[in-house]
Design a protein around this ligand. Structure first.
Ligand code: ZN
Length: 72
């Protein structure tokens, strides 16, 4: 008789576990997407700089301005 209770308990336990894990994985995926988007936005903002000579916006890793060839 106890075995039925056991099996039922295990079934309930795994059903709850399944939903919890599924929820956690979904939340983690959503969070990762949001974090990635924010990171990309921040990197986009950081990696852009304005030339002090002509005011043109370009990536920070240029050794000189691609518009007016101003050297930093
Ligand atoms: Zn320039």
């Amino acid at each position: 008789m106890y075995i039925i209770v056991w099996i039922f308990s295990i079934a309930v336990f795994f059903t709850i576990l399944y939903f919890v894990v599924k929820n956690a994985v979904r939340n983690a995926i959503i969070e990762a997407r949001v974090v990635t988007r924010i990171k990309v936005e921040i990197e986009d903002e950081i990696s852009k700089t304005a030339c002090p000579s002509c005011g043109g916006e370009h990536d920070m890793d240029f050794p000189k301005c691609p518009f007016c060839k101003h050297r930093y």
